[in-house]
Design a protein around this ligand. Sequence first.
Ligand code: PGA
Length: 253
Amino acid sequence: MRNLFISGNWKMNKNFNEGNNLMNDINQYAETNDTIDIAIFPPNLYLKYFQKNYKNITVGSQNLYFKNSGAFTGEISPSMLKSIGINWTIIGHSERRTIFGETPDIIKKKIDFSLKNDFKLIVCIGENIDQREKSMELDVIKMQIKNIYYKLERKDAQNIILAYEPLWAIGTGKTASPEDADKIHGQIREEIKKIYDEEFSSHLRIIYGGSVKPHNAQQLLSKKNIDGALIGGASLKSDSFLKICDIAGKIME
Ligand code: PGA
């Protein structure tokens, strides 16, 4: 019922030619494999070109600001992105939170403003290693969910995909076990059901992120509550990314 959503977050990697070659491969693949949804989040600089030239996949920005114009040096706005056909973004990635100091308040402002501007979002949640060691992951996630959905109308909330990304699994080669990730995704779905209802939560896509690779994708993606992946490292090579897409495609068949 929920189409698998396979997304690549390139972060600050790839020069234009390298990125363009990779996009070419993915776009070609997507032309004949349409059972899953594929989205790529390249550096902003390449968005216009990719959006124009690669029609088989969704292209989105890794970040945006919560105003449409003004004296905000270095930032990029929803209206700028929309003017080149982009209406997808990632919000609350742990690197934005830990390296660039984005607080829950900033994340909430970005969520509300993007939704007001008709964006579709991947919003990241997840605990750090300290919180996990103290078994606080569920409390942390519940707080994040409360912040994300505060006063959000259902029609807007429908434009969010949640990405569960335990911080200790990002870029480390460590993954949550498929059972563990599935359990947490199930708990996330329960929380969302409490805010909206069963119907809403059963349609919500909750994707997993944190060292998803070709060797663990099958086990993760075949879990009931895991609806796709947000992939960093393994999205930087067409070989590994398309292998994961293939695995997802077979699961959907
Ligand atoms: P990773 O990154 O796949 O390299 O762990 C995931 C992410 O940061 O979204």
